[in-house]
Design a protein around this ligand. Structure first.
Ligand SMILES: N[C@@H](CCC(=O)N[C@@H](CS)C(=O)NCC(=O)O)C(=O)O
Length: 218
């Protein structure tokens, strides 16, 4: 099977799939595009013009990070989702919550004014505080085994730690269980290896280009 993941280096949704591919030791190639100048072939390929896309055997193209991850999970055992339908649905629900939290995080990073920053960070931290309450079974989301929920949240947490190092975020600091989970995830080779060593600097440049409030008040 040949798998080509279409990527943008800073995209957290792409990173979810890279983590899953690395965790499962599935061979793949990565094709980076510039989202500010989307190539015509990409516009043709991606129904909603977003990364990640996964081209399977040069043919069918999958989009949406969670759909891609579930496809990878279903085709390469052992599974990273629970077997019981109710529990599997609960995991899917939290992954969807993670997608919304990533959108909040993006808004928070992009905000240039106090009002938008406060609104976005409130939305993000309300979600993270709910997640903190949900965590009962360390070290991962569901106990001893790494799962697709872990792959879905790791990119968000990686960015939280970088942002927190730039400007201390009190509501992040207070989330003990989430931060312990984060520490475990960041140690995993598939998470650490899902970005390059330049990633923190690239994120910083991106914040700088956006005129992010996070940098101005750091
Ligand atoms: N729900 C999508 C979100 C993907 C997404 O928003 N990707 C962003 C980059 S991080 C993108 O491609 N944006 C391009 C655009 O909106 O034009 C997923 O989970 O894959």
């Amino acid at each position: 099977m040949s798998l080509e993941l279409i990527s943008f280096p800073l995209c957290p949704y792409v990173q979810r799939s890279v983590i899953t591919l690395l965790h499962k030791e599935i061979a793949f190639t990565l094709t980076h595009i510039d989202l500010a100048h989307k190539p015509d072939w990409f516009r043709e390929l991606s129904p909603h013009g977003k990364v990640p896309c996964l081209r399977v055997n040069g043919g069918p193209v999958l989009f949406e990070s969670q759909v891609i991850n579930e496809y990878l999970d279903e085709t390469t055992p052992p599974p990273l989702m629970p077997e019981a339908p109710l529990e599997r649905a609960r995991h899917r629900a939290w992954i969807a919550m993670g997608s919304d939290a990533l959108a909040d995080q993006f808004q928070m990073m992009s905000a240039q004014g106090e009002e938008r920053f406060t609104a976005a960070s409130r939305q993000l931290f309300d979600k993270l505080e709910r997640l903190e309450k949900e965590l009962q079974d360390p070290p991962f989301f569901a106990g001893e085994r790494f799962g697709l929920v872990d792959a879905a949240f790791a990119p968000l947490f990686m960015r939280m730690e970088i942002l927190h190092s730039i400007r201390p975020l009190q509501r992040w600091e207070a989330l003990d269980r989430l931060r312990r989970w984060t520490a475990v995830l960041m140690e995993l080779p598939e998470v650490a290896g899902s970005v390059t060593a330049e990633f923190p600097a690239q994120l910083y440049s991106c914040l700088s280009e956006k005129g992010s409030l996070l940098l101005r008040t750091a």
